[in-house]
Unconditional design. Sequence first.
Length: 101
Amino acid sequence: MSRRVRRAARLAYRLRSAVAEQDRAHRFLTESAGQPREATYRRRARVADLRARWATSRARRALDQVPARDRADVDRRLQAMLRVDSILTSTSPAAVRRFLR
């Protein structure tokens, strides 16, 4: 698997994380309407928007550098990363430490 494929998959994964963080920040912002901490959540939402925009442009550029015949490899790699992430989030930290020993 080429370095470009791995990089594109990694940046696509980061894009998903940035978008999830953006959604979370906007949800906190709507819940904090009228409260003293609203300015803090507004700032966090603005930063999350910028990070999502940057991640989108980086992922798009990385995917543009991947040859068309290797685009399916990017998707397979991304799906594998998402499966690992799902397994790790559903497993207790102690079990992960035991596995990594």
